[in-house]
Design a protein around this ligand. Structure first.
Ligand code: 13P
Length: 340
C-alpha cells in the first residue's frame, strides 16, 4: 500500500533536497487527476483536504475514496488535513484515516498556539499520524467561487526566528509552516520571499519547513526555497483557476457541447498538466524510479523504501485494515476450534 505519513515522507525529501507538492482536494475529480500526475511523474505526492473546503466535500465521505485510490498505486501518497483549526477536526481526520494533520493555531497568541499544538501532537503521535503546525501567519484567501482579492504579505506576521525555534522545540511537531512573504490565493504584485529569514529559520529549526501559498511563486524562487530547507509546498489556486480557464476556452471553441463530464474533464486535463509541471520544479519528479532511493522496491507493486538510510517508522494502521486482521484471526480460531 502506498499510504505514508508526512514525517516519513519529508525525511526523504529533506535528505535528498527536494519538496513534495501538497495539492488541495475540493472535488472527487481532483483525486485521480493528481494521483495520475504523480504516477506519471514517478513522484511522491500529498493529497490534502483543508478544513475551509469542507463546504465542498464531506470529510468522512471523501476519506475512503482517497485512501482507496492511494492504496492502488506504487508511489507514496500522504493523506493530510490542511489548516485544521480545532482538535475536533483533527480527531475526525484521524478517525477517517488521514496519515497526517495540520493544526493551524497561527491566529492565536503564541502561548495558545503552543498549548493547542502540543495537545494535537499528543493525540496524533499516539496513532503515528504526523503533525504540521504554523508559526507567524500566512495570510490571503483561498479561491472561492470568484477570484478573491489579491494580497501581499504583511511583515508583522512573518515568522520570527526565535519563536520558530521555541515552537518547534516545545511542541514536537513533524513539519513547520512558515510565513516569509508567501500568501494564500492570488498575490498583489510580485511575491517577494524573505530568503534571509528562511535561512535563519532553517539554522534554528530541525524539522522540515513548509511553504504555503505556492500559486504565483516563480520557479526560481521555489528552487531557492527548496535549497534553503523547504520540503513541502502547498498549491491550489493556480490549478483551480487553470482548470476553469481551460473549460472557458473549450466552451468558446465548441459552444455546441452539452456533455457535462466532457466539459469537466477538459478542466482536469489542465489541472494534471499544472500538477506535473510543479512536480518537476519541486524536484520530486522521478524520485520513485529504480535509480532513485524512494521506490526501488516497487517491483512487487507495493510502495517500498530500499534506501537503508530511509527506514519509515511503524506503518500507519488503518482502522479498516485492523478490523480485517481481527476478523481473520477470529475466523481462523473458529476453524481450529469448531466446537468453540
Ligand atoms: P495557494 O492556493 O495560494 O496555492 O495556496 C494553497 C495553500 O497554501 C493551501 O494551504
Amino acid at each position: 500500500m502506498a499510504l505514508i505519513n508526512l514525517k516519513d515522507l519529508l525525511k526523504h525529501a529533506q535528505e535528498n533536497k527536494y519538496a513534495v507538492g501538497a495539492f488541495n482536494i475540493t472535488n472527487l475529480g481532483f483525486i485521480d487527476t493528481i494521483i495520475d500526475a504523480a504516477v506519471q511523474q514517478r513522484s511522491p505526492v500529498i493529497l490534502q483536504v483543508a478544513e475551509v473546503h469542507l463546504r465542498y466535500v464531506n470529510l468522512e465521505e471523501i476519506a475512503p475514496v482517497i485512501i482507496s485510490a492511494a492504496k492502488k498505486v506504487d508511489i507514496p501518497v500522504c493523506f493530510h488535513l490542511d489548516h485544521g483549526v480545532s482538535l475536533q477536526t483533527v480527531v475526525r481526520a484521524i478517525r477517517a484515516g488521514f496519515t497526517s494533520v495540520m493544526i493551524d493555531g497561527s491566529a492565536h497568541p503564541l502561548e495558545e498556539n503552543i498549548t493547542l499544538t502540543k495537545e494535537v501532537v499528543r493525540v496524533a503521535k499516539s496513532v503515528n499520524v504526523s503533525v504540521e503546525a504554523e508559526i507567524g501567519h500566512v495570510g490571503g484567501e483561498a479561491i472561492g467561487e470568484v477570484a478573491p482579492t489579491a494580497h501581499s504579505a504583511s511583515k508583522e506576521t512573518f515568522t520570527k526566528v526565535d519563536e520558530a525555534a521555541r515552537f518547534a522545540g516545545e511542541t514536537g511537531i513533524d513539519a513547520l509552516a512558515i510565513a516569509i512573504g508567501n500568501v494564500h490565493g492570488f498575490y498583489k504584485g510580485e511575491p517577494n520571499l524573505d530568503f534571509e529569514r528562511l535561512a535563519q529559520i532553517r539554522s534554528a529549526v530541525n524539522v522540515p519547513l513548509v511553504l504555503h501559498g505556492g500559486s504565483g511563486i516563480h520557479d526560481d524562487d521555489f528552487r531557492k526555497a527548496i535549497s534553503l530547507g523547504v520540503c513541502k509546498i502547498n498549491f491550489y489556486t493556480e490549478m483551480s483557476a487553470g482548470g476553469v480557464s481551460r473549460i472557458r476556452q473549450y466552451l468558446t471553441d465548441k459552444p455546441e457541447v452539452t456533455s457535462l463530464p466532457d466539459v469537466i474533464n477538459r478542466g482536469f486535463e489542465e489541472v494534471k498538466k499544472i500538477v506535473m509541471g510543479r512536480m518537476e520544479v519541486f524536484g520530486s519528479k522521478d524520485m520513485c524510479t529504480p535509480d532513485k532511493t524512494l521506490c526501488l522496491s516497487c517491483s512487487d507493486r507495493t510502495c517500498g523504501f530500499i534506501d537503508p538510510k530511509f527506514t519509515p517508522g511503524a506503518k500507519t494502521i488503518l482502522y479498516t485494515d485492523l478490523v480485517d486482521e481481527i476478523t481473520k484471526v477470529v475466523i481462523s480460531s473458529m476453524k481450529d476450534n469448531p466446537s468453540g
